[in-house]
Design a protein around this ligand. Structure first.
Ligand code: NAD
Length: 486
C-alpha cells in the first residue's frame, strides 16, 4: 500500500491511536486498489488532541493577529509550491481529474489569502460614547475548536475552516473524512513547515466515534461540520445539546431554471460542467434543470456536450462502488417510472481501470417532481430535467425542495433574472452561472436543510463563528460628569 497506516497528528507529532488500532482501508476510486489504512480513532484520541490544543492555546491566542497570519502567508506560498504534489494526492484518494484537483488547491490558496487579510477585517471597533468614555470591541478566539469534513473536497473544505479559525487565535482539531484522509496529513505537514507552533493544529482520523467524541468533549468550544444533511442534523443536535457553538452544512439539491431566451452555448456548457464536474460530487452541482417552455435547442446542445466527455479523461470516478451502485439505482428507477435517459453514463468503461467506480454524465428528461430522483440528493454526475410551462411553475418546483444551497437562472432578460433571484429559496443564487459559489471575501453558506446554525463558513461571515466579541468600556477623564451610566 502506497501510504501505509496513517497516524493521527497531535501536539506536532504523528502518533498511533491510543486504544489499539482499528483501521479502515482507503481506496483509489480509479482502480479500487487500497492505498492506505486510516485509524478509527476513539474518545481517548480526541481527548489527547484536545489536551495538546489546550496547552498550545494560551501562547497562540496571546500572539497579535498580525504575527499569527505570517504563518498563513508562508502556508499559502507552500500550497503554491506543492500544488502538483497535493493535486496528485487528491486524485489518488478522491478520484478527481487533474484539473479539478488543481482547482481545489487553488481555492485553498484563495481561502488562505483571505485569512491573511483578517488583521484588516477583524480589527474591532472603538468609539468615544460620551465625554471621556470609550467603548471598544475586540474579537477574541473561542479556544479549542473542531472541524469535521466530508470526502468530496479533501483539501478545500478543511481549508474553509483552518486558516480563518487558526488566524483568529483558535487551536483546531480536524477530523477529515475517513474516505480521503491522506490530504489531511499533507496539510498538517505544510502547516508545520510554515511555522505553526505544535499543538495549534491536530488531525484525528476516524468516523462516527471520533465525531461523537468531538461533539461531547467539554474542552471543545465550537464545531463546524460539512457533510450530508442526515449527519449534519445529528452533529448539530449533539454539539448544541452539549452547549457548543455549531455550524453544520448539509447536502443539497440545486435547481437551475433555464429560460428559452438563454444563450444556448453558454447555458449548455455551464450546465453540463456544473452537473458533471467532480463527478457530480459537489454540494453546488446542478441537480435539477427546470426547463421553461421551448428549451429543446438548449437540451440538445447539452446532450452533445455531455456525450463528448470521456470518462477517465474529462470526468473522474465517484468515490466508491456503493456510491456508483446507489446512483445507478436512482437512474434505473427514474427510467422504470417513464423518464427518458437521453445521455446514459451507466456503462462507462475506462480502459486499464476496469475496477474503477466510473459513471459517465447522465441526463434524464421528462422527470416529474414526485420522483425520488427529483427530490433526493443523488451526488453523482446526473442531471434531471423537469419541464415547466412558465417561470412561476419553475419557481414553485425549486421552492418545494427542503434543501437550499444554490439556485441559478439562465436567461438574457435582466427582469426575469431579478424575478428569480428574489424568489429562489436558496442561500447562493446565480445568473448564467452553473456553480454560484461566492468567492472571498463573500461567504459560503446555504439555507434550510443545507445549513444548520447561524452564519456562513467562509469569508467575512465566518469571523463571527470563529470568535467572540469582548465589549470593553473605559473612562479616563475624571472631570467627566457622572450620569446614570457611570
Ligand atoms: P457524510 O455526512 O457521510 O460524512 C461527513 C463527515 O461525517 C465525515 O467526516 C464522516 O466521518 C462523518 N460521519 C459519517 N457518519 C457519521 C455518523 N453516523 N455520526 C457522526 N459522524 C459521521 O458526508 P460525505 O459523504 O463525506 O460527503 C458528502 C455530503 O457532504 C453530501 O451530502 C454533500 O452535499 C455534502 N457537502 C455539503 C457541503 C456544503 O457546503 N453544504 C459541502 C461539501 C459536501
Amino acid at each position: 500500500m502506497k501510504y501505509g497506516e496513517l497516524l493521527n497528528y497531535v501536539g506536532g507529532a504523528y502518533v498511533p491511536p491510543m486504544t489499539g488500532r482499528r483501521d479502515l482501508d482507503v481506496s483509489d476510486p480509479r482502480t479500487g486498489d487500497a492505498i492506505a489504512r486510516a485509524p478509527l480513532s476513539q474518545a481517548t484520541d480526541v481527548d489527547a488532541a484536545v489536551c495538546a490544543a489546550k496547552a498550545a492555546f494560551p501562547a497562540w491566542s496571546a500572539m497579535p493577529i498580525k504575527e499569527r497570519v505570517q504563518v498563513f502567508y508562508r502556508y499559502k506560498a507552500l500550497l503554491e509550491q506543492r500544488i502538483d504534489e497535493l493535486s496528485a494526492v487528491i486524485t489518488e484518494e478522491n478520484g478527481k481529474v487533474v484539473g479539478e484537483a488543481r482547482a481545489e488547491v487553488l481555492k485553498a490558496i484563495e481561502l488562505t489569502e483571505f485569512a491573511c487579510s483578517l488583521p484588516q477585517i477583524a480589527s474591532g471597533e472603538v468609539l468615544e460614547v460620551s465625554r471621556g468614555v470609550e467603548c471598544r470591541i475586540e474579537r477574541v478566539p473561542m479556544g479549542v475548536v473542531a472541524s469535521i469534513a466530508p470526502f468530496n473536497f479533501p483539501v478545500m473544505v478543511p481549508n474553509w475552516t483552518i486558516p480563518n479559525a487558526i488566524a483568529l487565535g483558535n487551536c483546531m482539531i480536524l477530523k477529515p473524512s475517513e474516505q480521503v484522509p491522506i490530504s489531511a496529513s499533507r496539510i498538517a505537514d505544510l502547516l508545520r513547515e510554515a511555522g505553526l507552533p505544535s499543538g495549534v493544529f491536530q488531525v484525528v482520523h476516524g468516523g462516527q466515534e471520533a465525531v461523537e467524541a468531538i461533539c461531547d468533549h467539554p474542552g471543545i468550544a465550537a464545531v463546524s461540520f460539512v457533510g450530508s444533511t442526515r449527519i449534519a442534523k445529528v452533529v448539530y443536535r449533539r454539539a448544541t445539546s452539549n452547549l457548543k457553538r455549531c455550524l453544520a452544512l448539509g447536502g443539497a439539491k440545486n435547481h437551475l431554471i433555464v429560460m428559452p431566451d438563454a444563450d444556448r452555448e453558454m447555458a449548455a456548457t455551464n450546465i453540463v460542467a456544473s452537473m458533471s464536474g467532480c463527478a457530480g460530487q459537489r454540494c453546488m452541482a446542478a441537480s435539477v434543470m427546470v426547463a421553461v417552455s421551448a428549451t429543446d435547442h438548449i437540451i440538445d446542445r447539452m446532450a452533445d456536450v455531455a456525450r463528448a466527455m470521456v470518462p477517465g479523461r474529462d470526468i473522474g470516478p465517484v468515490i466508491s462502488a456503493e456510491a456508483r451502485d446507489r446512483i445507478t439505482r436512482y437512474i434505473d428507477e427514474a427510467e422504470q417510472l417513464g423518464a427518458k435517459v437521453i445521455v446514459d453514463g451507466r456503462d462507462a468503461r475506462v480502459p486499464g481501470s476496469e475496477n474503477g467506480y466510473y459513471l459517465g454524465p447522465t441526463i434524464i428528461d421528462h422527470v416529474t417532481p414526485d420522483m425520488r430522483i427529483a427530490q433526493e440528493e443523488v451526488f453523482g454526475p446526473v442531471l434531471v430535467i423537469i419541464r415547466a410551462p412558465d417561470v412561476d411553475r419553475a419557481l414553485e418546483i425549486e421552492n418545494a425542495s427542503p434543501y437550499g444551497n444554490a439556485a441559478s437562472v439562465f436567461t438574457e432578460s435582466g427582469g426575469v433574472a431579478r424575478y428569480v433571484m428574489e424568489r429562489a429559496n436558496a442561500g447562493m443564487v446565480g445568473v448564467n452561472v452553473g456553480v454560484p459559489v461566492p468567492r472571498e471575501p463573500f461567504s459560503f453558506g446555504g439555507w434550510n436543510e443545507s445549513r444548520f446554525g447561524v452564519g456562513d463558513i467562509t469569508g467575512r461571515g465566518s469571523i463571527e463563528f470563529w470568535s467572540q466579541s469582548r465589549k470593553m468600556t473605559t473612562k479616563w477623564n475624571r472631570e467627566a460628569g457622572r450620569d446614570w451610566m457611570s
